[in-house]
Write a protein that binds this ligand. Structure first.
Ligand SMILES: Cc1ncc(COP(=O)(O)O)c(C=O)c1O
Length: 347
């Protein structure tokens, strides 16, 4: 039986449109900063992608700064601003902020001073979606972009982060979307590319892939792909809930991304579940981060009020545009079988 990949929030497979655009870009020899025909051809690829990413974001090409990913976009947006945020932010953002904003049990964050704050649009672990207050300084839209119709112009925020590989583009390329007139201090300085805001010869191949993926992702949203995925997520959660009344679905009373289900089964460690499911042919992730061989329970779940022990028993299942009903039913049934084995061992 073929493997089933249910870890799309970590990264999602390359879209065919992105692959084609990247293969074509590989044979464009020029440097986008060169004035000759070869250089102009490379520049044209970058500018087409800029328009595609901007259009997908409901922004203008001039608002897009290409970076090496959401992590670099976070540094560009946040460094030196003394911003506030919540503990549920991704580490790429949390590295730059004071994580002192309150989070409720459903993962919702209260922002008191939007002009001095960062707020993610959607959480990668739980899928919980935030309403963005008007005048917000920065929003991390990395998980929302490509799954929700995200329009930067009416989002009310000054800057937004994104990464291509979360929507079917390549890894290692992303963008900061910036409202015109925002003061921005370049973090990477040199040749003055990206209007002086991010130096270094552009990742032309990656950027071409990002543009094509963004365009295709918007078409997916328009044709109802994620409504279908939300149905599959409901099927998955119903099967699990029917066989395991102790399982807690995190953030279930909040608006969530259509593809994400995070659930805690007290007493059964997330890491153990991930390994058991991996052997059974399913890729999911634990609600914990592993650094230098040491597993720590999810800070996001603890910020929502779960104990460290319960947070350590969380797993995240994240579906993608290609996920089928059969994938989710097979997963849920296999997961219940392993839960029963765990119960038998624990008895
Ligand atoms: C919400 C969020 N922000 C930022 C990032 C960082 O993205 P990258 O590692 O591609 O820079 C991720 C990736 O996991 C994410 O999910």
């Amino acid at each position: 039986m073929s493997r089933v990949y249910l870890d799309h929030n970590a990264t999602t497979p390359l879209r065919p449109e992105a692959r084609d655009a990247m293969i074509a870009a590989m044979d464009v020899v020029g440097n986008p900063s060169s004035v000759h025909a070869e250089g102009r051809a490379a520049k044209a690829l970058v500018e087409r992608a800029r328009e595609q990413v901007a259009a997908a974001f409901g922004a203008e090409g001039a608002d897009v700064i290409f970076t090496s990913g959401a992590t670099e976009a976070a540094a560009l947006a946040c460094a030196g601003r003394g911003l506030h945020g919540a503990a549920v932010e991704h580490d790429a953002v949390k590295a730059w902020i004071e994580p002192d904003l309150p989070v409720d049990a459903q993962g919702r964050v209260t922002v008191k001073s939007p002009g001095q704050s960062v707020l993610q649009k959607a959480n990668s672990e739980t899928g919980v979606i935030q309403d963005l207050p008007e005048g917000l300084e920065v929003s991390d839209m990395t998980q929302a972009f490509g799954k929700l119709p995200v329009a930067f112009n009416w989002s009310g925020c000054r800057m937004a982060l994104s990464a291509a590989h979360k929507l079917g583009g390549p890894k290692g390329v992303g963008a900061l979307i910036v409202k015109r007139g925002t003061d921005l201090e370049a973090q990477i300085r040199g040749g003055g590319q990206e209007m002086g805001r991010r130096s270094g010869t552009e990742n032309v191949i990656g950027i071409a892939g990002f543009g094509a993926a963004a365009k295709a992702a918007v078409e997916d949203i328009a044709t109802g792909t994620w409504d279908r995925i939300a149905e599959f997520r409901k099927i998955l959660e119903n099967i699990i809930a029917a066989g395991s009344n102790e399982t807690i679905f995190v953030g279930k009373d909040s608006a969530r991304l259509p593809n994400t289900s995070c659930f805690i089964t007290p007493g059964w460690k997330g890491e153990t579940q991930v390994m058991a499911m991996d052997l059974a042919g399913f890729a999911i992730s634990a609600g914990s981060a592993c650094s230098s061989g040491k597993v720590r329970s999810s800070v996001v779940l603890q910020a929502m009020g779960f104990s460290g022990a319960d947070a350590g028993c969380a797993v995240r299942v994240s579906l993608g545009p290609e996920t089928t009903r059969n994938d989710v039913t097979r997963f849920a049934e296999s997961w219940l079988k392993h839960l029963n084995r765990h119960r038998a061992r624990a008895a």
